[in-house]
Each structure stands twice: as C-alpha cells, then as structure tokens.
Design a protein around this ligand. Sequence first.
Ligand SMILES: [Zn+2]
Length: 408
Amino acid sequence: MIERILEHEKFATLIRSQSEQGTRDMALRVHPESYLQALEATSPRDGFARLDSDTTMSPGTLFAAFHAIGGACQAVDEVMRRDVNNAFVAMRPPGHHAERATPMGFCFFNNAAVAARHAMAVHGAQRVAIMDFDVHHGNGTQDIFWSDRNVMYASTHEMPLYPGTGSSGERGEYNNIVNAPLSAGDNSVHFREAMEVAVLPRLEDFSPDLVIISAGFDAHRRDPLANLNLVEADFAWATAKLMDVADRKCGGRLVSVLENDAVALRQGGEKFWLAGLGDQLADSQPGRRKGDEIAGIDDLTGALAQVTDDAPIVLMAHEPMIFRSVPDRVALTLCGHTHGGQVNLPLLGPVLGELRFGPDITYGHVQRGPRHLIVSAGLGESVLPVRFMRPPEIVEIVLGAPAAEAAA
Ligand SMILES: [Zn+2]
C-alpha cells in the first residue's frame, strides 16, 4: 500500500533512503543504561512480552526500535549537513510516550528526543525545538526535557485523553514546555488558533537551530479513537508554518518523525482492538475524483499492523465490500454505507445495494467462517434521497462471549 502510494508522481521528487540500525549510544543520550538492559532482558525469543496494557514486545521489537532511532538520527545528519533541506521519517514503533526509563503507549525509545540530543551532541546544535501535533500528549518527550533549557517542547493535543498529561500549567523548569490542549470536538479553527497564539510566537522567540516535528496524524477527523476534527490541509498548514520559522531561524533545518498510535479498549475486563478504515470510495466524491479511477483512503494492512497482540479486532469501515478482503483475524466488521439497501422493492429486495455490493453484504448480520459483518441501515440516505421498505435504525452491538456475539 505505502509503496503504491509513493509511486504517485506527487512523490517523484522525494529522495527515499533506507534507515540504518541505530546504536546503543544514540539511545543512551536519552535513556539510562539500566533501562536499555531491562528492555534487552525482557525481549522475548518467541511469543510476546507484555510491558503494560498497550505495550507489548515481540522478538522483532528491539530491532525495529533501534531502526527507528537510527532513521531519526540519519535524518538529522542529512539535514544538519545540508545534504537535504528537510526529512520525514516513517518509522515504527512511535516514541513520544516513552519516558526516560518507562516504555508506554507502544513506545520504547523516544525517537524525537534521541534525534534532538543527536543534533546537539554530534552537530553542535545549541537549541532544538520539538513540535508535537499528535492528538495524544507526548508525556515522554515532556518528561525527558522538563529540566533542559536548551530544548523547547510544544504540543497541541486533545485533553482529557490518554495519557492524561499536558495541561497548559505544565511548563517545565525553564518555561521550556508549551502545552496547548484542545477539547473533544475542536476543529481546524481551534487548532490553528492554538498554533498561532500559543506555539508559533514561542518558537520564534526560542530561535532554534533545528525544528523537529513529532507528527502523529491522529487528530484527523476520521481517526476513530480520538475526537478532534482536523483535515489533511491542517497538517500541511502546520508543517508549512513550522518550515517558515525554520527558514527564518535555522536555514530551514527541519526533521519530521512519525508518531501515531492505536488504542486497545476493554469491555467487561476483556481486551479488544478497535481499528478504523478510511472511506474506500473517498475519491468518488465530486471534485475529488481523478480520472476514471475511484481511489480510497483506506489502508487495511496499515490499520491492522498497529495491533500488537492476539486480542480480538473490531474493524469499522464505510463500505461493506471490504469484508471480502478482511482476514480471519478480524472478528467483527461494522459498516453502514449501503443503508441496508435503502430502496427495497417487493420481491426484488434491495436493488441498488445489490447492484453495487452484491446481494450477500448489503444488509444485516453476515458470517463467513470466524468473521462477522454487521451492516446497519443507519439513518438518512445516500445517492437517492429516498428510503423504501428499509426504515432507519440504530444498531446496538453487545460484545461478549461467542454465543451472544452480536445482537442487533
Ligand atoms: Zn497519538
């Protein structure tokens, strides 16, 4: 999926390079030796080692975590040496919840913090600014730089939300932490105001030698696990504003690292994963369509890749045809796009839905082996502003033992 997207002509001018494995010395600029040893001792030979309710290690986790810091430091090297103007590091696992000596929220090493200290230790940067617009507060980055006057950490995030930190009163020992919390339901206007009023003037005053973006994109309105309503243009706007500051203060030196995460939920003491999928027909909307091709913004592989253990997965998607490609690993898929086939003719049934999606997945509870699909008739209507013999409905799903798996 990622390879396919990067083949687009929009990305043709990008230089892409494979990250190198990071070193223990890189990690040790942020995390104590005892923490590295504890991670190495916990790393399982096979199966999983669970560190907290979200954070699990597989045999490949440490290798990936060292590659993540390696990639972040490599980006800093290239930007500081001016081999490139700026860089985006697409790495897993993320880093901003990892504190000095505590792994948290899928994070083991704090990648942005390791990158900042690398710029200072190796390239002589005096001041580094980290801007974090992930929907979650970067408690780890704040913890690491709380008493460091040479690193500014600024964050916009939803509050209250995981991990619970990030109120505007948390300012760091040298007033070097800037928290601009947003509320559930806030949108582009609130986010841009927070950036312009609380963050950008402080960044300007701080006058960094390097700007690092801790870039989670889960404040997007389509993210099912948080409640901010940003759109793609907001991330582009924020990045452009940060590049402006970098241009004026440090010759444009800016490195963006990927955060972003998924959240495991609990119901009645049982854990399950909630995964969300973008609209598979997104670009069929007027004005978004390019040529004849209907392009989606769904990424099934990417969404499921965030699941780190074998707890059941509930997948929320828009159109039910995705059910044909959903793996058996996903216990329940929820869709509403067909509205149950909103035009049902006597004897013929849901004619429009069947034409487009096939008769078997237009409405109701469908089972294929271990997988379940529930298509709700929902409210409202789609292409035709009519409903016929398919009354609007709200479906309540009770998660529980197999016998009572789904009750509509
Ligand atoms: Zn996040």
